[in-house]
Design a protein around this ligand. Structure first.
Ligand code: NAD
Ligand code: FES
Length: 294
């Protein structure tokens, strides 16, 4: 069992929990995810790691309840325990694994949308701890939905935006990026994390501006094992699985319209059967360790 040390509501429908999971905290890196299973009857929930403390042995998760299993998680308080907390899974962010001297030369901008703000935090924090400056654009529909303002301002140059103008710049994160560039700011690496539609438009904008962009395809994950086929995504002309090969990919190579259409189809039994039929043996890819049933 994994003990919840802190449980906090961050905004109307967003919750944060700090979980005692020393073995995960010891080896995780920014960009990776964990799978939570609240109890034996709950579904597996893949969540990107939002912070970790190796000394305290803790992992911070941020989530939005949307189904029975996430509502079960919301109802747990500090002192309660979770049955399974598995990780770290997926590949760390390129910013952490690429040649450090090359990363140091990059002019990095993050675009975070809504709940997607939380998984941006460990990457920006890692850069800050390694002496690398970055700009962070955080967008939310309204002031009440902005999260991690204090944490983000401590690790980067923060640009806050709200769709309704109730706080910070009035407009979406991509509009803020265009404004910064029009004011003379230069960026050569962007990481966009948020709803699929936001990542799609972030990529359209950065393509136009000539800024290579990485996105996190966490939203299409289902079981997080490479086995269900939920996170199958075309990256250029290659079949990839977000949970095994990602979650982060070159956003300019992703066909977001196809990915969103597929994610919608995957929600129904009929859609899953059709995808399985159309995609044949590439429908799912195994765990990534043994090659599975590829
Ligand atoms: P939301 O719908 O409130 O959008 C958040 C912000 O994204 C908006 O305020 C805006 O700034 C930006 N945005 C939305 N549409 C845009 C567009 N067309 N162009 C430019 N910017 C746009 O999102 P929310 O309810 O806070 O978050 C829920 C979503 O976040 C879910 O879809 C979930 O899957 C996703 N999410 C993604 C990740 C990830 O790793 N990519 C992680 C956590 C959550
Ligand atoms: Fe099931 Fe990746 S989430 S295959």
């Amino acid at each position: 069992m994994f003990k919840i040390l802190e449980a906090e509501q961050l905004s109307a429908n967003v919750y944060k929990q700090v979980i005692l999971a020393p073995r995960v905290a010891k080896s995780c890196e920014p960009g990776q995810f964990i799978i939570v299973r609240v109890d034996e009857t709950a579904e597996r929930i893949p969540l990107t790691i939002c912070d970790y403390d190796r000394e305290a042995g803790t992992i911070t998760i941020v989530f939005q309840p949307i189904g029975v299993s996430t509502y079960k998680l919301v109802n747990l308080k500090a002192g309660d325990s979770i049955l399974d907390f598995v990780g770290p899974l997926g590949r760390p962010s390129d910013l952490v694994t690429d040649d450090f001297e090359e990363v140091k030369k990059k002019k990095i901008v993050f675009i975070a949308g809504g709940v997607g703000t939380a998984p941006v935090y460990p990457q920006a924090k890692w850069l800050h701890e390694h002496g690398i400056d970055c700009d962070i654009i955080v967008g939310a529909r309204t002031k009440d939905l902005l999260i991690f303002e204090k944490e983000m301002s401590a690790v980067g140059n923060l640009h806050l935006c709200t769709d309704d103008g109730s706080y910070g710049f009035k407009g979406v994160g991509t509009a803020m990026l265009e404004k910064l560039v029009s004011e003379g700011r230069e960026f050569n690496h962007c990481v966009a994390i948020g709803p699929m539609i936001m990542m799609k438009f972030a990529c359209l904008t950065t393509k136009k501006l000539g800024i290579p962009t990485v996105v996190s395809m966490n939203p299409i994950m289902v079981d997080g094992t490479g086995m269900c086929g939920g996170c199958r995504v075309m990256v250029g002309d290659e079949v990839k699985y977000a949970c095994v090969d990602g979650p982060e990919f070159d956003g300019h190579k992703i066909d977001f319209d196809q990915a969103m259409k597929r994610a919608a189809m995957y929600k129904t039994e009929e859609g899953r059967r059709l995808l399985k039929y159309q995609e044949g043996e590439t429908h799912h890819g195994g765990c990534g360790l043994c090659g599975g049933d590829k």
